[in-house]
Design a protein around this ligand. Sequence first.
Ligand code: SAH
Ligand code: SF4
Ligand code: F3S
Length: 468
Amino acid sequence: MNEIEIQKQYIEKVKAFNQGKLPKYTILTMGCQLNENDSEKLSGMLEQMGYERTEKQEEADLALFNTCCVRENAEDKLFGKLGELKRLKEQKGMIIAIGGCMMQEKHITNKIKQSYPFVDLLFGTHTLHKFPEDLYKTLDEKKKLEDIIDIEGKIYEGLPIKRNSKIQASVTIMNGCNNFCSYCIVPYVRGRERSRQPRDIIQEVKELAEKGYQEITLLGQNVNSYLRVEKEKGLPIEEYEGVDSFASLLKAINKIDGIQRIRFVSPHPKDFTDDVIEAIRSCEKVCKLIHLPLQSGNSKVLEEMNRKYTKEQYLSLVEKMKKAIPNLTLSTDIIVGFPGETDQEFEDTLDVVKKVKFEQVYMFLYSRRVGTPGDKKENQIPEEQKHKRFDQLKDLVESQTEENNQKYIGTIQKVLVEGESKNNKAFLTGRTDSNKVVIFEGDKKRIGQVIDLKIISQHIWYLKGEEI
Ligand code: SAH
Ligand code: SF4
Ligand code: F3S
């Protein structure tokens, strides 16, 4: 019996255990879209085990956390929540389970066991698929359980999934990372790069299309090296619809009827080969907003970060892409205050931002991560200096955003309508190809459709449109 079939038996066992009850669960997901997608799998398993989701902590029989450790603030958030739960646990005896990236860090699990001994179950990124078994043992044996292993990683197919949206779906195409950027914890907690087989991905997307999904986001820590490791190592790649690379995967998914939009995160600039650029250009469903993480605009800092490109190489890649792909827009990630970064080096980051004019910039203060080379560097930047640079970057980005938004006014944009606006129910909300939020007054039957909207005003974080 394969591992997933074993887990299916545990799903039935937990279901039998809960017979006659209607147990409820909460799930708090931190971190990136990969973690969100993992949480959809955890929810899928839980709902098959008879659990029902609630947003109210006090109602929950199971409180589940799917954690991230890419920056320190995620840790603060988890410990804060655990502190809040202590009293509720004493009153109600709910099960508390914690999984995800943070659980792959020994100093964190030690801290939980010491300071929050009431937590029932700890599981890691490589044991997520065993959640039914771990939960069953926790329920049945009423003992604390820790199921964390440190391996290169495997791929498990066939887990149930409960998706958050009926319109947009994420599809993980690869797991892990081999890049070891010197600031980053991800390769240590997610294991080595491994790609799913083309058939599994394409069949998943076809099923989503049949269910009426409009937009697919392909996920991986380094999506444009899809299948690269497998090819280098001579591992078997099952031939399916001619897919043997990220570019050919985009082309195959582009052919699937029903899907209207394809997005992907995150590619690495060093792996942005010409065939990928060509595929983005020629596939009409692939959105022309590309996320291209910069991290720093200074070549020396980039080298220290182990990013494997220089400022000039990044800028010439952008030029090449802009030339090849009409209407291309770009978004990026930037870290300020990497150890040793000088004011002058930081100017290079501002310079690249000025030159590229990103559609969106995700900005982060450098955060020391235990076990990474960045953490061992002695020339750490004082917090107030990091904040000063962060504010400088933020001011630049906001002024550019405002200027960029002006360009949308009066244009007609294709918008995928996602639902009612959270802030104002009188409005519907959707996104342009370039991922800009647009709100407008319209009929609810528009939800799930791609429609033309005329942009009438801009409000820094969103645009306002009207139907034409
Ligand atoms: N694999 C993806 C995403 C990695 S995590 C990529 O390479 O783009 C998402 C972002 O978090 C990174 O792009 C980086 O900007 C930021 N990040 C990672 N480690 C960090 C750290 N130690 N401190 C601050 N930001 C960090
Ligand atoms: Fe982290 Fe770099 Fe891998 Fe992205 S590419 S996950 S930033 S090590
Ligand atoms: Fe965080 Fe893990 Fe994603 S560390 S950013 S949840 S891969």
